[in-house]
Write a protein that binds this ligand. Structure first.
Ligand code: F6P
Length: 398
């Protein structure tokens, strides 16, 4: 077997509570499969292009540090939202990138990220083909949004979904406390897909009503009709809780609340203030007490509520991504193929990156309730295994 050179790994896009478990899996996979050096990109591809590169052997060289890393939320290496130009021969950005890959004798390039980050794998692998480079490019999925196609789910979603379900069950308790009419709006991330907002449904059980309404980006909001429905529900029940996605749109497809001034490198508008807008509107229309709770970045680094399933899977998919690289796979993303619900089992496979990059997966309409204000048993069966389990306390030498 030809001598193993070096591997480099980067993290990209928004933080999650599982992204460092995937980094730990990549590092352990690289050591297991015999790579000489394992380098980390500081601040993703953007930092890499400025040669902000660290030697991970200097910090991850013990079982204790690996276990700590798996439990540490948000990107250990730092992250970026950086869109590479179209890969064309002679493009100076790619010339610089491949000079650096040569300088560090990189054999496999691993990138942990979401839809936009897989664009980096797509473009780097395409440029490698143009110049005949043997370097392999492998994507590891990551996002709390759970909106990557092909894969059953993404690392980071299960832990964030567990956090959302917990928050909603606690907000319901809080909102029930006074004998008066109230509506509490809880704004949840997820951009243009409602997977994370739908996790509010997991709060419902025999001793908690859960969210009364779940407003998803997949369903255009008819605000006038919703106000009437809310008014009728308030005749039956004092305290209403509404889980609302940051990305809900009106029936013309316009975001209910966007921060025009803030657009990221991939053209995504910053979404914030949807709950505040609705709370103000409902207060003026129905004259009841309203409150807006914007969970915002709290849902992305909630390590105190990590899902064991999520963390274990995040580690494994990172580890197996290295194996795919060694086996010569390039321009691929690793993904979960769910083979069984109960007992739950997903296996790791690889797919062509062109099936994933820059594509967003929405909740199937058949998993959303008839009236469009909730999700049904199909979603519950899908999501429940993903939020299961807690990590043990660290037990290792050193
Ligand atoms: O992509 C994950 C995500 O958390 C989205 O849910 C959210 O809209 C976006 O990132 C926020 O991006 P940023 O952290 O760049 O403001």
């Amino acid at each position: 077997m030809e001598e193993k050179k070096n591997l480099i790994v980067g993290q990209s896009g928004g933080p999650t509570a599982a992204i460092n478990a995937s980094l730990a899996g990549v590092y352990c996979g690289a050591k297991h499969f015999g790579f000489e050096k394992v380098y980390g990109m500081r601040f993703g591809i953007e930092g890499f292009l400025n040669e902000k590169i660290v030697d991970l052997d200097e910090t991850l060289n013990s079982e204790l540090n690996i276990e700590l890393l798996k439990r540490t939320p948000s990107s250990y290496l730092g992250s970026c939202r950086y869109k590479l130009p179209k890969p064309e021969a002679g493009n100076e950005v790619y010339q610089k990138a491949f000079e650096l890959l040569e300088k560090y004798s990189i054999d496999v390039f691993v990138y942990i990220g979401g839809n936009d980050s897989m664009d980096t794998i797509l473009k780097m692998s395409e440029y490698a083909k143009i110049i005949g480079s043997p370097i392999k490019f492998v994507g590891i999925p990551k996002t709390i949004d759970n909106d990557l196609p092909v894969t059953d789910h993404t690392p980071g979603y299960g832990s964030a979904a567990k956090y959302i379900a917990t928050c909603i069950s606690e907000v319901v308790r809080d909102s029930n406390v006074y004998d008066l009419k109230s509506v509490t709006f809880v704004e949840i991330m997820g951009r243009n897909a409602g997977w994370l907002t739908a996790a509010a449904a997991l709060a419902k059980n025999s001793f908690n009503d859960g969210a009364d309404f779940i407003l998803l980006p997949e369903i255009g909001l008819n605000l006038k009709a919703f106000i009437n429905i809310l008014g009728n529900r308030l005749n039956e029940k004092n305290n209403i809780v509404v889980a609302v996605s940051e990305g809900i749109k009106d029936q013309n497809g316009n975001y209910i609340s966007e921060d025009e001034g803030n657009v990221d490198a991939f053209g995504h508008k910053m979404l914030s203030g949807t709950a505040a807008y609705l709370a103000k509107k409902i207060k003026s229309e129905l004259g009841v007490k309203t409150r807006a709770v914007e969970i915002n970045t709290l849902q992305r680094a909630a390590a105190h509520l990590q899902s064991k399933t999520d963390i274990d899977e995040a580690f494994n998919i990172g580890f197996l991504g290295v194996k795919a690289g060694i086996e010569g796979e390039t321009g691929v993303m690793m993904y979960f193929d769910r083979v069984n619900d109960a007992p739950y089992l997903s296996i790791v496979r690889k797919c062509d990156i062109s099936l994933v990059a820059n594509i967003e997966k929405e909740i199937p309409r058949g998993w959303i309730s008839e009236d469009g204000f909730g999700v049904n048993e199909k979603f519950i069966e899908y999501a429940k295994p993903l939020i299961t389990g807690e990590l043990s306390n660290i037990v290792c030498e050193g």
